[in-house]
Each structure stands twice: as structure tokens, then as C-alpha cells.
Design a protein around this ligand. Structure first.
Ligand code: GAR
Length: 201
């Protein structure tokens, strides 16, 4: 029997350039073992939602403040993931910490991309531009990005792949972010495809 493609959900909060890279990767055959079946945002005005709509991908957004607890919010997302028969969840600039209901239902089936060479510059409060600001503040000369499996310890799950870039003396957080994003857009799709190759639905 032919192996079916895995249903991927991409969780986003912002611009969604990683989502765009994943969509491109499916369209150009870099990702062959999965299809993006759902995009979920916790921000109604995230540009990522526009990108999903343009690509004809079902999307939904939900506001944390409409729910009593983080767990209730995640249970709501979980019911949508289940309804869309999602096999693998990809965090792509999703700026929330996942709680037990999601982590248990998708144990070892949630991946994240983080804009530093973990375990450096990770953990609670270290996300997005804050990472690049801190990297520049400390004066290190190499940074990068990491794709890892998500577990209950923020940014500490098993590392699947990393890419490094130079940090130059005249870098700003923006210039460094742009250099790292370029690597993210290559690394995430390639790592997802590799992960799916050994994936049991
Ligand atoms: C990316 O750099 C991603 O690695 C980072 O947010 C940015 C989202 O950009 N994620 C985190 O910091 C998660 N801890 P995008 O919305 O354009 O993909």
C-alpha cells in the first residue's frame, strides 16, 4: 500500500516567513512526505494568516484571552488539530509556550525552529528579536538557528539540526535576524523532510 502523506499543521504568531518557506518547499518538492493541511495563529492580524489564505490552506486563529487558562486554549487548538487529522505540528514563529494537553497528544510530534544555536540563547523570554539583541550584547561572533523536537522543557528538546552564521561587529539585531532567517528558511523544510522520512503515521 502506498504511504500517505503526513498532515502538517503550522503554528504561527507573526510574519510567517518560515511558513512561506515551508509552503514553497511543499510546492517545489523539497518536502515530499507531507502536506500543510492547517495553519493556526494565536494572533488574528498575523501576516502569516494572509500567506496561508493566499496559498489556499485552511487556517484558524484563536485568542488566548477568550479562554480561562492556557490549558483550555491549547485544548481548543488540539480539537482543531484532531479534526484536521494532523500528524505533525510545526511551530514557526509561534510565540506561546505549549501546555500539557498539546504536548501529551503530540508527544515527539511537534517541531520548533529557534533563532539561535541552542542550548545558547534559549528558554522562557528568549524569542524573536530578543535573541538577536542578546547575542549582539554579549559580543559572540557566531550565532545561527536550531530545529528541535518540542518537549515540556522550553527550547530543550532533542536537537535535529543546526546552521550557523557569522555575527559581524557592525551587525544590528535586524541585520543578524535577516542573515539567520535565510538559514532558517533552508534548514526547517530540509529537516522536516528528513524527519518525515522516518516518520510512522
Ligand atoms: C523566526 O526567527 C523564528 O526562529 C523565531 O521567530 C521568528 C519568526 O519569523 N521563533 C522563535 O523565536 C521561537 N522561540 P517568521 O514569522 O517570519 O517565521
Amino acid at each position: 500500500m502506498e504511504k500517505r502523506k503526513a498532515n502538517l499543521a503550522v503554528l504561527v504568531s507573526g510574519s510567517g516567513s518560515n511558513l512561506a518557506a515551508l509552503i514553497d518547499a511543499v510546492n517545489t518538492g523539497i518536502i515530499t512526505e507531507g502536506m500543510i493541511s492547517l495553519v493556526v495563529s494565536n494572533k488574528k492580524d498575523a501576516y502569516a494568516l494572509q500567506r496561508a489564505e493566499n496559498a489556499g490552506i485552511p487556517c484558524l486563529s484563536a485568542k488566548r484571552s477568550d479562554f480561562a487558562t492556557d490549558e483550555e486554549f491549547d485544548k481548543h487548538l488540539l480539537s482543531s488539530l484532531k479534526a484536521h487529522r494532523i500528524d505533525l505540528v510545526l511551530l514557526a514563529g509561534y510565540m506561546r509556550i505549549l501546555t500539557k494537553p498539546l504536548l501529551e497528544a503530540y508527544n515527539e510530534r511537534i517541531l520548533n525552529i529557534h533563532p539561535s544555536l541552542l542550548p545558547e540563547f534559549g528558554g522562557i523570554g528568549m524569542y524573536g528579536m530578543k535573541v538577536h539583541e542578546e547575542v549582539i550584547r554579549t559580543g559572540i561572533t557566531v550565532s545561527g538557528c536550531t530545529v528541535h523536537i518540542v518537549n515540556e522543557h522550553v527550547d530543550q528538546g532533542p536537537i535535529l539540526a543546526q546552521a550557523s552564521v557569522s555575527v559581524f561587529p557592525d551587525d544590528t539585531p535586524d541585520s543578524l535576524a535577516a542573515r539567520i532567517l535565510k538559514e532558517e528558511h533552508r534548514l526547517y523544510p530540509a529537516t522536516v523532510e528528513k524527519f518525515l522520512t522516518g516518520f510512522r503515521i
